[in-house]
Design a protein around this ligand. Structure first.
Ligand code: SF4
Ligand code: SF4
Length: 381
């Protein structure tokens, strides 16, 4: 794959990513957003068509926490759709808290006041045959059948997948508790989970992806454990993997280290050449979460290794509010609680780290066991 800054797209094996500096100042952000839409897929929006806008709505949180797509980016998308005399619908199936609560507490409802927009949580699924090894996947019907879908991810780190970008954002098109079920089915194998995410991306086939990289999240993302980091950039393209690969270049990391990129390349869904319109900033010292290989060696030892060598979720009891998000979400039913604290059953735990992702109080993190550290040192992993 070749990255070609500032050159023109010449054939369909090339994708163009638009990169613009921006801030959360609506006067300047709106024209930037409109320009990207105009120069990519904007003319594909038909009058009266239903346009689904899919932000990252992980949890109720203030915009300055960098957990959700900023309300002003969503506002620009809504206004663009209204400009085209089409019908904007904001949708997601959130991991933590009610959809309504997120819309309200993240400032989205206030930012969109007076605009004719529908809020519609993804609730019903349709079965989509995505081929082997997953075959049928149930994906939100409103996403699959949208006339046009605007994917609005937030640039964030992710304790399990390194970064959560454009492809990963579409996991929100899996309705409610089907999400942890898929984590359980793909288990500890992150490559398998990445393959699943790419299949979902292909099935949803977003018309455009515009990344909110103005206030990104670094460190132990994607939830409260992460740390906001100002970058001041928006990236947009009709090609979601191209946006994700461009982000890796911007952060100075190998595109392959984000497994959804690797899988998209393997599945023939990434362009051979990516061109940039605009300057890709060089972001130095972006803090990534520590990700270690989860399983290695012969398959018959994987169960043992997962239980004894792989990082395990650990709770900082002084932050835990016993809110129940983790034990309700855990796909392996590996978390119990008493009146004072939560307890993990590490025999049952599949190390999917969903609990860390959904904890609204930043109480959970992944810790390596002593045996894991020693084994890794011996094997030089
Ligand atoms: S660890 Fe987090 S999600 Fe689990 S009960 Fe405590 S505060 Fe809630
Ligand atoms: S305890 Fe956490 S990491 Fe383990 S299976 Fe449950 S959600 Fe996944």
């Amino acid at each position: 794959m070749t990255i070609m800054p500032n050159s023109e797209v010449q054939n369909k094996n090339m994708s163009k990513v638009f990169i613009r500096k921006s801030e959360y100042n609506y006067k300047t952000l709106r024209p930037v957003f409109f320009e990207i839409m105009d120069r990519t897929a904007g003319n594909m929006i038909q009058k009266n068509s239903r346009v689904v806008i899919k932000p990252n709505l992980l949890a109720p949180s203030l915009p300055e926490k960098a957990i959700v797509t900023h309300p002003l980016i969503i506002k620009a998308a809504v206004e663009y759709v209204l400009d085209k005399e089409a019908r904007p619908v904001i949708s997601d199936s959130s991991a933590i808290g009610s959809f309504e609560k997120i819309i309200k507490e993240s400032g989205i409802r206030t930012a969109l006041e007076g605009l004719k927009v529908e809020y519609s949580e993804f609730k019903t699924s349709v079965a989509v045959d995505v081929g082997k090894p997953f075959n049928e996947i149930e994906i939100a019907g409103d996403a699959v059948n949208a006339d046009f879908l605007i994917n609005l991810p937030k640039l964030k780190t992710h304790a399990q997948m390194l970064l959560t970008l454009g492809i990963k954002n579409l996991f929100g098109c899996i309705v409610g508790m089907k999400k942890p079920e898929w984590h359980f089915r793909t288990g500890v194998d992150r490559e398998m989970f990445a393959r699943l995410l790419v299949k979902i991306y292909k099935a949803v086939n977003p018309s455009i992806t515009i990344m909110d990289g103005i206030l990104a999240m670094q460190g132990e993302g994607p939830g409260k454990g992460g740390e906001p980091r100002h970058i001041g950039v928006i990236l947009g393209s009709r090609d979601t993997p191209a946006v994700d690969i461009a982000i890796c270049n911007m952060l100075g990391i190998s595109p392959d280290s984000v497994l959804t990129n690797k899988s998209a390349i393997e599945q023939g869904l990434a362009a051979e050449e990516i061109t940039f319109d605009g300057d890709l900033p060089e972001v130095k010292d972006f803090k990534l979460p520590e990700i270690v290989p989860l399983v290695f060696g012969p398959k018959r030892f994987h169960g043992f290794m997962r239980r004894h060598l792989v990082q395990r979720p650990v709770c900082n009891d002084s932050f835990c509010k016993l809110c129940g998000e983790c034990w309700n979400y855990c796909p392996a039913k590996a978390i119990t609680h008493d009146k004072k604290k939560i307890h993990f059953n590490y025999e049952k735990c599949i190390r999917c780290y969903c609990c860390i992702e959904v904890c609204p109080h930043g109480a959970l993190s992944a810790h390596e066991t002593l045996t894991g550290k020693t084994a890794r040192r011996l094997l030089k992993m």
